[in-house]
Design a protein around this ligand. Structure first.
Ligand SMILES: *Cc1c(COP(=O)(O)O)cnc(C)c1O
Length: 474
């Protein structure tokens, strides 16, 4: 189940702790084995051999173009980049969505579920493609993706609309990501639709980060990055470090929060937003208010005003689920809620927040490339810039790992423009150009994208999402 019947998100009853000895023993292992160890702490119903089989398949050399799977790159001045985009769709969503189909299909067997599962996805660009790749032609599953028609990059769009596989469908919707996500949540909480689909032998699940199965594999790379820094002699065992995360739905950074809670030595988590800075304001004032303009930016996967996973953080910090339910209901009916001073203080003892607009993000891309020879994508640039500003403002010299969430080749027009080479051609046709300009080969899965044809051209109105699901499963 992606979402509870009442519409709330699932959270672990308890978060397992990891000792310093266990953490030290993880350092001797490769990424796949680290994933087995971390996930096993939560997944008591799965055997270690089972998880090992999943990790070896999900993070194979065939799927990931880096032996390290999620390598850490040193940029100097105590800053590091954790590259999470070496998977088949070149965004960090692969880290979880290569694993999720294995977890889910095994869960179907373990629970004796006889119905088939349809994965329903609302995407701001990267989840859609990563979920399609993860679930394509997986037996007993279908997958349906909704993306905002004008809210994804052209590379992202073509990646999705040209998707292969016999069990997939991709639909644009008239609206933005929040419309898509709200529509999908309504579908999940419709009792009537659930019954109708059940009669035809189907049930729905989610590949969005509202699904716990998305968050769990993401906890792994925080541990893995820490171990890599230990192994490289950059930090001492037990030394606390910061992580800075380009944030949209608050899923990626929340995984870091769980890692800290498990015992990973983390000082602060830096939450970076683009011009849609609802989270920056929230951390400052304690008021979450979505009643504000929605901006389309060069970092479209962060163009979000309703960050679903914040619900999980609030749940973790409050003693009763009812309190969170009241806040979420207020968000739904009034578009806002406010937390008490005590909760805000708890949040601010762990999180810092900041935002960067498009021009500032482009300047970060340009400077980082000219000074360090390292090419950031538009999302990672937001986080790297926010990290820099945070360090200057606070004087905090703690070593800081910025999570790099996508390959720059997914956002070619903006990255080329940042490098002083603006270009009018459609994104997919600029992949070669960026490669030449930066002197970096394009990732294999993107290199031949320009020649591919769209298979899916359907665009649903906001009111047609239910019908689209029914038609796909009839
Ligand atoms: C999804 C995504 C994000 C935001 O991650 P959340 O888990 O939604 O906070 C940031 N950058 C890129 C490239 C993404 O695809």
């Amino acid at each position: 189940m992606g979402l509870s019947r009442e519409g709330g998100l699932f959270v672990p009853e308890t978060v397992p702790a990891i000792s310093m000895e266990e953490l030290a023993s993880l350092c001797a292992l490769d990424y796949r084995e680290r994933a087995v160890r971390i996930m096993k702490l939560f997944l008591e119903d799965y055997s270690e051999e089972e998880l090992r089989g999943f990790a070896n398949a999900a993070y194979s050399r065939e799927k990931f173009d880096s032996e390290a799977v999620a390598p850490v790159v040193k940029l100097g001045d105590g800053t590091y980049i954790l590259e999470l985009w070496h998977g088949p769709t070149c965004a960090f969503k692969d880290m979880a969505l290569q694993m999720l189909p294995y977890l889910l299909t095994a869960a179907l067997k373990k629970t004796g579920e006889e119905k088939r599962v349809c994965i329903l996805v609302a995407t701001s660009g990267d989840t859609g493609k990563a979920a399609l790749e993860g679930f394509r032609d997986v037996e007993g599953t279908k997958i349906l993706v909704f993306y905002p028609r004008d809210g994804v990059s052209e590379v992202q769009k073509l990646q999705m609309t040209s998707q292969e596989g016999g069990n997939v469908f991709v639909s644009a919707i008239e609206g933005n990501f929040d419309d898509a996500q709200t529509g999908v949540k309504e579908i999940f909480s419709s009792e009537e639709l659930r019954e109708e689909l059940a009669e035809n032998g189907w049930f729905l699940s989610s590949a969005n980060s509202i699904n716990w199965g998305r968050l769990l594999p993401q906890i792994v790379y925080y541990f893995s990055a820490y171990c890599d820094l230990i192994n490289a002699g950059e930090i001492k065992m037990g030394e606390k470090i910061n992580f800075s995360v380009p944030t949209g739905n608050f899923g990626d950074i929340l995984a870091g929060y769980y890692a800290k809670k498990m015992g990973l030595p983390v000082a602060r988590l830096i939450c970076a937003s683009n011009r849609n800075n609802v989270l920056t304001d929230f951390f400052e004032t304690g008021e979450y208010n979505r009643a504000r303009p929605f901006y389309e930016t060069i970092s479209p996967s962060m163009d979000i005003l309703i960050s679903s996973n914040l619900e999980r953080l609030l749940s973790d910090l409050s003693d009763s689920g009812d309190k969170v339910r009241v806040l979420m209901e207020s968000l739904k009916s009034e578009g806002r809620y406010e937390i008490d001073a005590e909760t805000l203080e708890k949040i601010n003892s762990v999180f810092s927040a900041g935002s960067l607009d498009d021009e500032a993000a482009k300047a970060v891309i340009r400077e980082t490339f000219s000074e360090k020879g390292y090419l950031l994508d538009t999302h990672t640039a937001v986080a790297f810039g926010v990290t820099k500003a945070y360090r200057e403002k606070t004087g905090d010299k703690t070593k800081t790992v910025t999570l790099s969430t996508a390959s720059p080749f997914k956002f070619t027009p903006a990255v080329l423009s940042a490098l002083g080479k603006p270009c009018e051609k459609p994104g997919p046709e600029l992949i070669g150009e960026l490669s030449e300009t930066a002197g970096i080969p394009a990732p294999r899965p993107l290199a031949d994208l320009a020649g591919r044809k769209a298979r899916f051209t359907f665009c649903a109105k906001k009111t047609e999402l239910f019908d689209t699901v029914k038609a796909f499963l009839s």
